[in-house]
Ligand binder design. Structure first.
Ligand SMILES: O=C(NCCCCCn1ccc2cnccc21)c1cc(-c2ccc(F)cc2)cc(O)c1O
Ligand SMILES: [Mg+2]
Length: 214
């Protein structure tokens, strides 16, 4: 039977990237998605904005909602200090299986906990399961209509501290209008829009960075 897009993306990584070299994994995926087959990774242009936010926050604990094939997981993990922890949540077991292999190829397994399940079920478990006191950075890249309810759940679970940063992908395309309205109007957040483009295209998209004020 025909392979899936994530399987073909993994093949491109195994063919073109060097084991243990996360930058080569990121570059192999970008090359594949730009020249062979589009896929919904955050991509190189928005990825540079992601890199700058990760470097600025220098997080000890990161939560990523939406692993897909692990592109942004590797992108973030490669910038984390040795004992930092990235918890990434993926709903689709087929995507999770590919992401585990991409993360392993990049040599990032030590820094990454990939959890298979739904955000609504898992966010309340993070503190006890992972001994997490607070999340320094949350990267939202899952179902766009889940960004707002999950942000409220993260708040209710006491997972944010003064200075915690939420970074949301696709706030323009596919779009997360209710989420944008919330973080931009709330007194509890200082929000900033980073204009960019939908991965590997000329379509406008961007990332919204929101600092929790406590
Ligand atoms: O849909 C997107 N991502 C979400 C995929 C599903 C996430 C499911 N999921 C994962 C963890 C998790 C935990 N709990 C519940 C559900 C959960 C997405 C789409 C596009 C896109 C697509 C077509 C097009 F023509 C243009 C753009 C571009 C992006 O960058 C995207 O991110
Ligand atoms: Mg996205």
């Amino acid at each position: 039977t025909r392979s899936t897009r994530p399987q073909r993306l993994l093949g491109a990584v195994q063919k073109s990237a060097t084991r243990g070299d996360p930058c080569s994994v990121v570059n192999a995926i970008d090359q594949f998605c730009r020249h062979t087959e589009w896929a919904m990774n955050v991509g190189d242009e928005k990825g540079c904005i992601l890199d700058s936010v990760v470097s600025e926050v220098n997080p000890a604990t990161v939560l990523e909602l939406g692993t897909y094939c692990g592109y942004s997981t590797v992108r973030i993990a490669r910038l984390l200090p040795p004992h930092a922890k990235l918890i990434t949540l993926e709903f689709n077991p087929d995507f999770a299986a590919i992401a585990r292999q991409v993360i392993a190829w990049a040599g990032m397994e030590e820094k990454v906990h990939l959890v298979e399940g739904a955000s609504g079920e898992w966010i309340p478990k993070i503190k006890e399961q992972f001994g997490v006191k607070a999340l320094d950075l949350v990267f939202l890249d899952h179902w766009k209509d889940q960004y707002l309810p999950d942000t409220k759940l993260i708040e209710e679970c006491g997972l944010l501290r003064k200075g915690s940063v939420l970074l949301a992908d696709n706030v323009i395309f596919p779009g997360a209008p209710q989420y944008l309205e919330y973080v931009r109007s709330s007194q509890q957040y200082e929000s900033q829009y980073f204009k960019s483009h939908l991965e590997y295209t000329k379509v406008e998209d961007g990332l919204e960075k929101s600092v929790f004020l406590g």
